[in-house]
Design a protein around this ligand. Structure first.
Ligand SMILES: [Zn+2]
Length: 527
């Protein structure tokens, strides 16, 4: 394991480009200099600005003792003389646009006005004029970081952490447009580390990416401990802070092992760079996480252990690197949550088993627990389209995870049965990734049904559709866990001896040779 001391060497990383050039060390975040207003930026940054280019200059400032970022944004305005500016919108139940403060147009003859949507503003300017706007980002959270507010921007005196979509203000360009971003972290405290979806330790960043990727990102800095591991020679950075019940080393090892197993699954090692952040939060055995471009973020209450739940979260979030980021969803995305969430749950458990981080007994136990939750859920007959409604019950929220997990098990069994084990669901997943990467295809429920039909047959997919679209009860494939597990029906009353009677299928492990039982789950062991 290599502990990266980001501040030590100019040769290793480019973080200290500024200091290495002989500039004087920058102010600590507590310094009174941070009370100063943002200073004008070097005008050479804006020379020869071309279409699709954004220049951001960020500076941490203290307002009444609270950390904010002052952000300068410059770009070439539209040839029509009007550009729509897009603010962070609503995410995870929060109005992130409320965190954008003092948005103002700075460039000459540039007029900023509201639209009827709070996350869109209009800019009037001369055609193709260089437009300069300025804003601050403030933390909206009151009190501690905890489940429910964990995806909101975190701005603390000693660190920050945010998702791109909750922070950046940008022109309303096409998601697929390739943009070039110059990013300057100005007056950044010298004792802070800096990591994000596009680099580690770089105070001056140049990013070229599809517009959506820039926003679908993770950004962090401050008193993080940063470690580097290598997977097929490519660096994986692990950034964590705070005190935990486990050592940094065990955490780092577990993360690296899971990431390797997922890249092995997808046969995709094209990750010149990857980041995992872990943020401590208040709570009782709570955890949450989200995958983004080149990165995923974990939020854990400080009493968490490296147990199955923890590994499952890591594996699930890492899987979103492909299923969610590389394989993108057509709007409304909630209609394919059964695939993006449920299949990620299925593969999280499966890849932990393949990596030796989970036993077959634990696999069956965990799948049975999920089956119990599905077959006793009051939302199990709900149509998928109910996810389009404004508010979800907890039961409804979980339904895509359960359905997708069961559907993935069934499809895998059906495909293997139909092809004498020559192919499996893994092959369908690889095909979906190929279509996304090579042809830019975006998945929808109908594209997935069509694809699965070609693998599992029309009959199976018709039943699958009825269960997902219309809420028809799912039936389990008896052979879904291989030759060593059998399916049995159990029953349970809602309230001990009375109330609704539930029929709950459960898998049982037959007495058999353990290693050959697990071998069935390995793709390479298929005939
Ligand atoms: Zn997920």
């Amino acid at each position: 394991m290599t502990r990266i001391f980001l501040l030590l060497s100019c040769a290793v990383l480019t973080l200290e480009q500024f200091a290495c050039k002989g500039e004087k060390p920058e102010a600590n975040i507590n310094s009174s200099s941070l009370h100063l207003a943002a200073q004008p930026v070097d005008s050479s940054l804006y020379q020869n600005l071309s279409d699709g280019e954004l220049v951001y200059v960020l500076e941490p400032i203290l307002i009444e003792g609270a950390l904010r970022f002052s952000v300068d944004l410059t770009f070439k305005g539209d040839s029509t003389g009007s550009t729509t500016l897009m603010l962070p919108n609503q995410y995870s139940g929060h109005q992130d646009f409320d965190g954008i403060k003092d948005l103002q147009a700075i460039s000459p003859a540039t007029v900023l006005s509201n639209t009827d949507e709070p996350h869109r503003k209009k800019l009037a300017h001369a055609p193709r004029q260089v437009v300069h706007v300025k804003y601050q980002v403030a933390q909206l959270r009151e009190g501690k970081i905890g489940l429910g507010n964990h995806y909101q921007v975190i701005l603390r005196e000693n660190y920050f952490h945010f998702l791109g979509g909750t922070f950046w203000v940008a022109p309303d360009w096409d998601d697929e447009k390739t943009i070039r971003v110059k990013l300057i972290w100005k007056k950044f405290p010298n004792d802070w580390t800096l990591v994000n979806s596009f680099g580690a330790g770089e105070k001056s960043q140049f990013i070229q990416a599809a517009f959506w990727k820039f926003r679908h990102s993770i950004w962090a800095g401050g008193d993080f401990r940063i470690y580097e591991r290598r997977v097929m020679e490519h660096p994986v950075y692990i950034a964590l802070r705070g005190e935990w019940n486990f050592s940094d080393e065990v955490f780092t090892e577990t993360v690296a092992k899971i990431i390797k197993s997922e890249r092995d699954f997808w046969k995709d090692y094209a990750f010149p760079y990857y980041l995992v952040t872990a943020i401590p939060m208040a709570g009782d055995d709570d955890q949450g996480g989200t995958g983004r471009i080149n990165a995923f973020a974990m939020f854990l209450s400080d009493d968490r252990e490296l147990d199955y739940r923890f590994k499952r979260l890591l594996a699930h979030e890492a899987f979103h690197t492909w299923n969610g980021a590389k394989i993108r969803r057509r709007e409304p995305e909630v209609l394919v949550y059964w695939f993006s969430e449920g299949f990620s749950d299925y593969y999280a458990r499966l890849l932990l088993l393949r990596a030796g981080l989970l036993t077959l007994e634990e696999y069956i136990q965990e799948y049975n627990k999920m089956l119990k939750r599905y077959f006793t859920s009051s939302a199990r007959f709900a149509k998928n389209s109910r996810l389009l409604e404004a508010s979800w019950s907890n039961e409804l929220r979980q339904m895509p995870y359960y359905r997708g997990d069961i559907v993935a098990h069934n499809l895998n069994a059906q495909i293997r049965l139909a092809t004498a084990n020559s192919i499996s669901l893994d092959d369908a997943m690889h095909k979906i990734l190929d279509a996304a990467v090579q042809r830019g295809e975006v998945i929808s429920d109908s594209s997935l049904y069509a694809l699965f039909k070609s693998f599992a047959g029309e009959n199976n997919v018709t039943k699958l559709r009825q269960s997902i679209d219309d809420g028809a009860p799912l039936r389990l494939a008896p052979n879904a866990l291989g030759p060593c597990a059998t399916l049995k029906m159990t029953t349970r009353r809602k309230y001990f001896l009375f109330g609704e009677k539930f029929a709950i299928p459960q898998y049982e492990l037959k007495q058999s040779d353990g290693s050959s039982c697990v071998a069935w789950f390995h793709d390479q062991d298929k005939m």
